[in-house]
Design a protein around this ligand. Structure first.
Ligand SMILES: [Zn+2]
Length: 269
């Protein structure tokens, strides 16, 4: 243990090194994150699945911000049509598995962050195991089935879930606080039909992915206020943003059995 005389506190291996303090200097201060908030980020972990158009920028923002452990899950190989939005990829990766390359991109961005790559989308059991392991889940898959599976895992583990979705020029974001707010199943009781090759614009993917990362950073660091319980809707045609209040379904098969906390209990801020 050494003493950082400049700031007057003891540095342990779990604290921030001088190099990290320098690295994060632009996001630490009265208008943004406190030292304690930055330290909380370092001690936090996040699962991001998948890490394509939305999850890629989200994972990148988390790694750049200094979230200590970022777990990414994405199966399959890179194909040419991915390159209009999947920022962690490149032309050199076409035909190769995405996850290991995406992980290397994140490691190259910030070596202070531990990056774990899963080369497939977690099934129900794996999702539950990872939900128990990490502090927050960012669900960025294209299918409702995967989003619902991650929703169930998050509610079961009592961990916050950030659900990012997009279609064409539009995107949406939902933050689920399992102890307090509606879950995805409350909002979408019936799964819509899945469209395999739906339209996506990379700038929308990145915008929604960045919003997802921002919510995660706020929750993990204790900065600002989470949008839990509301849905952010963004329409890129005219850059309109709307916030919609979400109602919890007391009879929801996923979160209906989760006890509401007493009014004075702490929830996501
Ligand atoms: Zn629910």
């Amino acid at each position: 243990m050494s003493l950082d005389k400049r700031r007057g506190f003891a540095i342990t291996q779990h604290d921030l090194s001088p190099r990290e303090l320098e690295r994060y200097a632009r996001q630490m201060g009265p208008a943004v994150m406190s030292h304690e908030g930055q330290l909380r980020l370092k001690r936090s972990s996040a699962l991001v699945t998948r890490v394509g158009g939305m999850g890629g920028p989200a994972a990148l923002c988390l790694a750049m911000a200094g979230v200590g452990r970022v777990v990414i899950a994405h199966g399959g190989e890179m194909i040419l049509p991915d390159l209009n939005r999947q920022v962690l990829g490149s032309e050199a990766v076409i035909g190769k598995p995405r996850a290991p390359h995406f992980a290397e991109t994140l490691r190259a961005m910030n070596h202070h962050v531990e990056v774990i790559a899963i080369d497939h989308e977690p099934d129900r059991d794996e999702a539950r195991e990872w939900a128990a392991e990490v502090d927050i889940i960012l669900a960025c898959p294209p299918t409702f089935a995967e989003r619902m599976l991650l929703n169930e895992a998050a509610v079961s583990a009592g961990k916050p879930l950030i659900d990012a979705a997009q279609w064409g020029m539009m995107g949406s974001l939902i933050v689920v606080d399992p102890k307090r707010t509606a879950c995805l199943k409350c909002i979408y009781p019936n799964e819509p039909e899945f469209e395999e090759f739906f339209p996506v614009v990379g700038a929308i993917s990145s915008a929604i992915g960045s919003f997802a990362a921002l919510e995660a950073i706020k929750i993990l660091s204790g900065t600002g206020h989470s949008t839990a319980g509301r849905m952010l809707m963004f329409d890129g045609h005219d850059n309109q943003t709307r916030m919609v209040d979400l109602q919890r379904d007391e009879k929801c098969p996923v979160c209906g059995g989760v006890d509401r906390p007493a009014k004075e209990s702490k929830s996501l801020h």
